[in-house]
Design a protein. Structure first.
Length: 573
């Protein structure tokens, strides 16, 4: 059974599940240096993704389109070749019939041929992808599933052998409130009150490291929340009733922050945003605890899957895990819409087989493509031991290995790697990435050594939880220590079989340090480099490693932010 999942809107992607195994997921932003959150504008992208894996649309048993905005159905305008199509799909939130209520449609035109397709609600895909990729599915255990996207309240579901069902909304605040806070306070303020900014939330999570929570500020946000969202007032009741009107919810959220701002005049922006973060974190954990009391009739292990864009907030994930409410917490590497094509395919799999486990690998993205590199670059053989020795001299390297990672975070397949032993390295990497100075650089660390260096240092292969750097290590690896002492850790098992694990082992032999800096290899505001040629064209790092070859500049100068030479000696310990 071959199921092709399609996500047409932002974070557009195509996924193929065959007999319970994920064959690939191609996110459009990871093709040809496309912009972040790229949509699928032409269905030829589906044909291309299938053809790259030796398949024709006629080889697919079931096409599934992810649902989108709409109370009863969604609508998509998309090209197929040169022809404009209008496709109908499921709504954002499941209909009263349940999670697996499908829209059955005709008219999906691929390569000039028309196919039938299904569409499930957007949240159905989140639940299905989160649970089916989880260790709980493998163990046949039930799980609660939290879905919190930008335009909806946090929704709690329960999945067991009998299926999946909606339990309740935890509280009336849309996930995008985190980003809206940044539009009112701090460096990302915007006069545009209708903009759904998909990139600011992650930046704010870093920015709050500059500040500290203030209980007086937390009280202001709590009072405003009660008045605007939770109270039994006409305005609050209208807000809660209009949750399917995303623009109305956004406007109400701006009104909330506008009123709070009047009471916060003179307060430092970094403290305001740190306090709002804490307010929402407490609200989430407290309301989750109360919800579990209301649903204490469920038996078996108490597990939690987290999905939706808010699943990328590593501090909230860690707070849920540390709360003691759950025996296990699972967040897939694609909790946001980058996993929605997988979720669409999983929805059809679940409708046919039940909530069974999906066989998958995080390295199921696009393969490296080939392209012509500039004459300014030359390639020489370089094994992993030699590459580790180069990194030990504090030379950063673009590291391209195998298929790309799924989701928004580089995990050693499309990474820039560097020694973490100099504090100047973090600033250098942020400069070449055109990122703010307060943004963290993540450590990629051998799994068995992580508890020695980080607290808790438990396995975290997808960078989805918060860890504190142990005091005795902070001066040894300053480039990966955030302003608050935390680290967005990625752990890699020694026997994982991935090239980056082999590299970490060799680097540890040379230096005694089992980790490197890891940040994504991409143009600013675009997806991962699709090939060596793209990394060479970017040119801000003088070494690129791929498939046993080291590409190096033939000229003496290196690119920089201002196109002036950058002295790498500044990064040496």
């Amino acid at each position: 059974m071959r199921i092709c999942g399609i996500k047409l809107t932002h974070d557009g992607s195509v996924a193929l599940v065959e007999d319970g195994r994920l064959v690939f997921c191609i996110e459009q932003e990871k093709r040809e240096n496309n912009r972040r959150y790229q949509t699928i504008e032409n269905l030829d992208a589906v044909v291309l993704a299938l053809a790259e894996h030796g398949l024709d649309p006629r080889d697919i048993d079931q096409f599934v389109i992810d649902g989108w905005d709409g109370e009863t159905e969604s609508e998509f305008q998309v090209l197929s070749g040169a022809d404009l199509l209008t496709l109908k799909g499921a709504p954002y939130v499941e209909r009263p019939e349940g999670l697996l209520s499908a829209h059955e449609r005709l008219g999906l035109v691929l390569n000039g041929k028309s196919f039938s397709y299904r569409s499930y609600a957007h949240v159905t895909g989140h639940v299905a992808s989160a649970y089916c990729t989880s260790p709980f599915a493998k163990a046949g255990e039930p799980a609660f599933c939290l879905v919190w996207d930008g335009c909806i309240f946090p929704r709690l579901y329960y999945v067991d052998a009998s299926g999946g069902r909606f339990l309740e909304s935890l509280f009336p605040m849309i996930g995008h409130a985190y980003a809206v806070a940044g539009h009112h306070f701090g460096p990302y303020q915007q006069p545009n009150r209708k903009n759904w900014d998909l990139g600011v939330a992650g930046k704010l999570m870093a920015y709050i490291g500059l500040g500290a929570p203030d209980e007086d500020i937390v009280t202001v946000f709590k009072d405003g929340y009660e008045k605007h969202f939770a109270a039994n007032t006409e305005a609050a009741r209208r807000y809660r009733a209009n949750i399917n009107d995303a623009e109305a919810s956004l406007a109400a959220t701006h009104d909330y922050f506008g009123e709070c701002a009047l009471r916060l005049d003179g307060k430092r922006a970094e403290n305001i945003l740190a306090s709002f973060h804490v307010f929402l974190e407490r609200l989430l954990v407290n309301e989750m605890g109360l919800a579990l009391l209301r649903h204490s009739n469920f038996h078996g292990p108490r597990n939690l899957c987290v999905a939706g864009g808010c699943g990328l907030n590593i501090k909230w994930n860690s707070a849920l895990r540390a709360s003691g409410l759950f025996e296990g917490v699972w967040v897939p590497p694609f909790p946001n819409d980058s996993g929605s094509a997988i979720g669409a395919a999983c929805s059809a799999m679940v409708a046919d087989k039940g909530f069974v486990p999906l066989e998958w690998s995080v390295y199921s993205g696009p393969s490296l493509t080939s392209g012509d590199t500039s004459v300014e670059w030359r390639a020489t053989p370089c094994n992993i031991s030699e590459l580790a020795a180069l990194l030990a001299t504090n030379k950063p390297v673009v590291f391209l290995a195998g298929r790309a990672e799924l989701g928004p975070r580089a995990l050693g397949g499309r990474s820039i790697l560097a020694a973490a032993t100099s504090p100047a390295m973090k600033n250098y990497l942020n400069d070449i990435k055109i990122r703010e100075h307060f943004r963290p650089v993540a450590p990629i660390c051998l799994e068995d050594r992580a508890p020695e260096i980080f607290d808790p240092g438990t396995p975290d292969p997808y960078m989805l939880f918060d860890h504190q750097t142990r005091p005795e290590w902070r001066d040894k690896i300053p480039a990966v220590v955030h302003l608050d002492g935390s680290a967005r850790l990625q752990t890699v098992g020694r026997t994982s079989g991935h090239k980056v694990a082999e590299l970490l082992i060799e680097y540890e032999k040379l230096t005694g340090i089992p980790l490197l800096c890891n940040t994504s290899a991409n143009h600013h505001g675009r997806g991962f480099f699709p090939d060596v040629a793209a990394a060479c064209e970017w040119g801000r790092i003088e070494h690129i490693w791929c498939d046993g070859l080291l590409w190096s500049r033939t000229t003496a100068t290196e690119a920089s932010l201002s196109d002036r030479p950058v002295e790498m000696d500044a990064c040496r310990a």
